[in-house]
Design a protein around this ligand. Structure first.
Ligand code: 9Z3
Length: 325
């Protein structure tokens, strides 16, 4: 078999796996409503922006996907991600003039909430003369800022928040966002910070009811989740600026694996991060080299997402210019 035929064969296998993933996944509960919201948001943000320039829209994915072990799910496998990266990045993209589709795991960090106490509702408010409540003095500035910034973004139609839980929901939603976003051509960004499951139990081979412990030790075979990055790039949104993330716990293999992902999935950038240092440093891997990006408290840069998004915005501008030549 020559190389051309072999590549064709691999591509056909991946396509079959992807097709079977989607056709066997439990359908989204509210898929019509979801599509309408997404289409409306993209249409609204595809007209020229206030400064006359083209509107830019970014889909930020955030948080980890779950893999249910039972159809009536009692147990699931989870993927680590607090959602901090996605939430903070969303704030910086909004600040840079982007409209943001924030596809996030239910219950993970939200934009503008990082300065609130961990348990915002109970910690932020106090009872005054019943039935009134008020924001506690010590939290009032942070709460006011969070409410007004979030409100402004939502009311101006620049922030659309869409929650997922399972790998089935996440990938169906990503596809339903990516296809209409392709109308934005090079003005669209995919910033794929969600921690996506690599292995799953196909719906049709999953137990319907709670797996019984009386049956003894559990043996399960997990199937591989088909890699959607290649179809995202090739079929769903071919002109978009695509940024994926590579997470490892072993720093020795991190950059090499990020480089492989960059080429294999034809990403514009891969952001490489190690679990323990992810809040301090990331390395942006591109076809013309590696750029370390660090949090630098001394220089007043309080998180790594601030310089990261600045750099992405610059590179995205260059991508738009070169696509328009
Ligand atoms: C990341 O690497 C994110 O930066 C983190 C952010 C999940 C580490 P936190 O949410 O952490 O702020 O707590 N996300 C991508 C992880 C991932 O699943 N990447 C896949 C891989 O490494 C490629 S799509 O194979």
């Amino acid at each position: 078999m020559d190389l051309g035929n072999k590549l064709e064969g691999t591509r056909a296998t991946i396509e079959t796996e992807i097709e079977s993933f989607f056709s066997s996944a439990p359908p989204l509960n509210n898929s019509l409503d979801f599509s309408e919201q997404v289409d409306k948001f993209i249409r609204r943000n595809s007209v020229a922006s206030g400064n006359g320039g083209p509107s830019r829209v970014v889909c930020v994915t955030s948080g980890g996907t779950t893999v249910p072990l039972e159809q009536r799910c009692v147990r699931y496998i989870d993927n680590f991600s607090s959602g901090h990266r996605g939430a903070a990045s969303t704030e910086y993209f909004l600040k840079a003039g982007y409209a943001v589709i924030f596809l996030y795991r239910r219950g993970t960090c939200q934009p503008y909430c990082s300065s609130l106490p961990d348990d915002p509702l109970l910690e932020c408010f106090e009872l005054t003369d019943e039935p009134n409540i008020q924001v506690r003095q010590e939290h009032s500035e942070a709460v006011k800022r969070a409410i007004s910034e979030n409100h402004a973004a939502v009311v101006e139609g620049l922030l659309l928040k869409l929650p997922f839980t399972t790998i089935f929901e996440y990938l169906q939603m990503l596809r339903m966002i990516a296809i209409p976003m392709s109308n934005l051509g090079p003005n669209a960004i995919f910033y794929l910070a969600a921690a996506v499951s690599d292995f799953y139990v196909p719906w049709q081979s999953m137990a319907e009811h709670k797996i019984q412990s009386a049956s003894g030790p559990l043996n399960m075979q997990l199937a591989q989740v088909p890699k959607m990055l290649s179809v995202l790039r090739r079929d769903w949104a071919p002109m978009a600026f695509c940024i994926s993330f590579k997470l490892e716990t072993d720093s020795k293999i991190l950059l090499e694996k990020a480089g492989v992902a960059l080429k294999k999935y034809k990403m514009n950038m891969v952001v490489a991060n190690e679990l323990s240092s992810r809040k301090e440093e990331v390395v942006i891997v591109t076809s013309d080299g590696q750029i370390p990006v660090r949090r630098n408290k001394a220089a007043g840069v309080d998180d790594v997402e601030n310089p990261l998004i600045q750099l992405i915005v610059e590179r995205h501008s260059a991508h738009i210019e070169s696509s328009n030549l």
